[in-house]
Each structure stands twice: as structure tokens, then as C-alpha cells.
Ligand binder design. Structure first.
Ligand code: ADP
Ligand code: MG
Length: 336
């Protein structure tokens, strides 16, 4: 079911100019995962809570499957949610947590049992029905929370940093798991995250927010390859930024992503390439992060694979040829 938000506004403090959400429109396509991405404080949770019906917008409206739900109370909005702070019932078993929403709605017992079994299999926790949340790992608990959210077959699944409280390794595992989970359920999902990697990996559509406004929306690779503003270019992928001035005085910023830089051993005849010095070199698993100081004295962050480093045979203090394979240029705030 498609979710459409039109000109949503939420202003907690009343004063103009500092709205948490300052007029946001977006469409979350049916059956897809849409990421609401942005730095902390950009209005992601407020936006999601308005879609859920937990927060009343000052202006604008929300449609789910074409129906205006702006004034429909949360109970009748048919959305399932998993928030970091919306924990499982501690005194109930996994089974009872998942069954809870159906029991409240007086779903027949046999149907509840079938649905709980189906969901336990979907979250790969068959055999855990009688455990209590305290007897599960953090990752297992969040999977149960997802099953509980899906039990009543909501039209839309709303996830607010669902893996935010888990440690890095579990988070990466759960990300892969969520991709498979979504392929099986195909439920329209809105995922709030501040983690660009999570958004790029999990979603088919990204709405990037900044200061309560949409900075850019589109397919993940569109935003990545064609950032509409300096903010988008620096938020996605991290970048080296250099500022200069055009002849007419307008500001020019150039963004170079660390992995869009190729390094080579300097050849005798390399006058056309810029030579830099490797001043920092850190291996992070299969990747290597380097800082190369350019002749101008400016540092440039470079990322290559460990395989490339081994081939290049460069080490700290070496002179290297620097070749920028791709960059984004903005004059004032416009991409050129
Ligand atoms: P995000 O989820 O992107 O980190 P939030 O939507 O939580 O951002 O917050 C956006 C802005 O609104 C922040 O400046 C935050 O302080 C403010 N805000 C959020 N909830 C409330 C609230 N209940 N009362 C007052 N201000 C709030
Ligand atoms: Mg938030």
C-alpha cells in the first residue's frame, strides 16, 4: 500500500523557522522499503510518528493506499511499528507477545495459533515460543518485535532505527536478514535510519532529510551518483571537499569521494599527475583508508581495497600519483 505524505508540518516550539518538520512531501511506493534518512535531529522520527498517527501534524496530510488517514486515530490506521523504545512485554512469552494484537482484536484462537507459528518460522525462531524476552539476544528480541508488528497484517510497517541499540556485528547480520524478510513479506515499509549504509543496503527508495526538509528523494544510486546539493554529496559516501571561487565571485565546491581516487606509484614521466605523500594508512578489514597530502598542503582521504594496496606496494611516507576518477562540482548550491 502506497504511503503519500503531502506538505507535512510539525512545529513543537511554535516559532516559525525552526519546525521539526517544515513542509515535507514524499511517496513510499507499494511493496518497497523506503528509507527516511538524515542526520540526528533532521525530523525523521517526527515524520514517522505522524505517519503512525502518534503525532498530529500542524498542517499537511497523509494517505495510505489512496485513503486520507490524517484524522484517523492510530488504532484504526492499520500500521505496525517497531521502535527502539517500544519494547516487548517482558512478562509475556514470545508466543504471547506475537499473539497480543490478535487477542485484543478477538481473532479466533485457531487462527492465532496458525499465524504465530507462521511468524515464528518467518523470523527463524521456531522453538522459542515459550521463552521470555529476557532469555533472548538483542537481535532475537527485535525479530520478535517485527513479528509482533506484522501479526495483525498491517498495511504498512514502520521501523524507527530498529537495530540502533544493537552492536555493530548483530546490526549487519540483521540488515541482511531484513532484506530476506522483506522479500518474503513484501509489506510496504518505512525505515528511519541515520546510517547511510543501512539505507543504501536495505531500501529501494530514499528520502534524505535535512533540517526538517527533503534534501533529495529517489533511488539510492540516483542520490549517490547524482547528488542534488552539497549536503547530499557530503552526507552520502563521505567526500573530500574543496572550496574555491569562480571569477564572478560565486562559491564553488568540489566533492571527491575517497574511493573515487586512484593511486599509482609515480613513474619517471608522470608530470601530468599530481604527486602526493601518504601520511596516514589504516587497514580496516578488507579496506584501507589513507590520507594523502597534496602539493597544495591539503589532505585528501582515499579509500582502496587491501588487494589494491598489496598490488601497489605503497607504505607510509611514500610519494604517490593521485588520479581523481570522478568528482561532483557545485556552484553555490547548484550541481554543474
Ligand atoms: P530525528 O529522528 O531525525 O533525530 P526528530 O524527529 O526526533 O529527529 O526531531 C526533530 C526535531 O524536533 C529536533 O530538533 C527535536 O529536538 C525536536 N523534537 C522532537 N520531538 C519533540 C518533542 N516531543 N517536543 C519538542 N521538540 C521535539
Ligand atoms: Mg529519531
Amino acid at each position: 500500500m502506497t504511503v503519500e505524505a503531502t506538505n507535512l508540518v510539525k512545529n513543537f516550539n511554535g516559532g516559525p523557522g525552526n519546525a521539526a518538520v517544515g513542509g515535507v512531501s514524499f511517496t513510499a511506493p507499494e511493496g518497497k522499503v523506503t528509507a527516511l534518512l538524515g542526520p540526528s535531529g533532521s525530523g525523521k522520527s517526527t515524520l514517522l510518528r505522524m505517519v503512525a498517527g502518534l503525532e498530529e501534524p500542524d498542517a499537511g496530510n497523509i494517505r495510505i493506499a489512496g485513503q486520507d488517514v490524517t484524522n484517523v486515530p492510530v488504532k484504526r490506521r492499520e500500521v505496525g511499528f517497531v521502535f527502539q523504545s517500544y519494547a516487548l512485554f517482558r512478562h509475556m512469552t514470545v508466543h504471547d507477545n506475537i499473539a497480543f494484537g490478535m487477542e485484543i482484536r478477538k481473532v479466533p484462537k485457531s487462527k492465532i495459533e496458525a499465524r504465530v507459528a507462521e511468524l515464528l518460522s518467518l523470523i527463524q525462531l521456531e522453538g522459542y515460543a515459550n521463552r521470555f524476552p529476557g532469555q533472548l539476544s538483542g537481535g532475537q528480541r527485535q525479530r520478535v518485535a517485527l513479528a509482533r508488528a506484522l501479526a495483525t497484517e498491517p498495511k504498512v510497517l514502520l521501523l524507527d532505527e530498529p537495530f540502533g541499540a544493537l552492536d555493530a556485528q548483530v546490526r549487519v547480520e540483521l540488515r541482511e536478514w531484513l532484506v530476506e524478510f522483506h522479500e518474503k513479506t513484501r509489506v510496504t515499509t518505512l525505515l528511519v535510519t541515520h546510517d547511510q549504509e543501512e539505507a543504501l543496503e536495505l531500501s529501494q527508495h530514499v528520502v534524505l532529510l535535512n533540517n526538517g526538509l527533503v534534501a533529495q528523494a529517489g533511488a539510492p544510486h540516483e542520490l549517490y551518483d547524482h547528488p542534488a546539493s552539497p549536503f547530499v554529496a557530503s552526507f552520502l559516501g563521505g567526500a573530500n571537499v574543496t572550496h574555491s571561487r569562480a571569477q564572478d565571485g560565486r562559491g564553488v565546491s568540489t566533492f571527491v569521494r575517497p574511493h573515487d581516487v586512484r593511486l599509482a606509484k609515480p613513474l619517471a614521466d608522470s608530470s601530468d599527475l599530481e604527486l602526493g605523500t601518504v601520511d596516514r594508512l589504516a587497514r580496516i578489514g578488507g579496506n584501507v583508508k589513507l590520507t594523502v597530502t597534496l602539493p597544495s598542503g591539503e589532505p585528501m582521504s582515499v579509500q582502496i581495497t587491501k588487494l589494491e594496496l598489496d598490488k601497489l606496494q605503497i607504505s607510509l611516507g611514500d610519494r604517490v600519483a593521485v588520479d581523481v576518477t570522478s568528482s561532483k562540482v557545485f556552484v553555490d548550491d547548484y550541481a554543474i
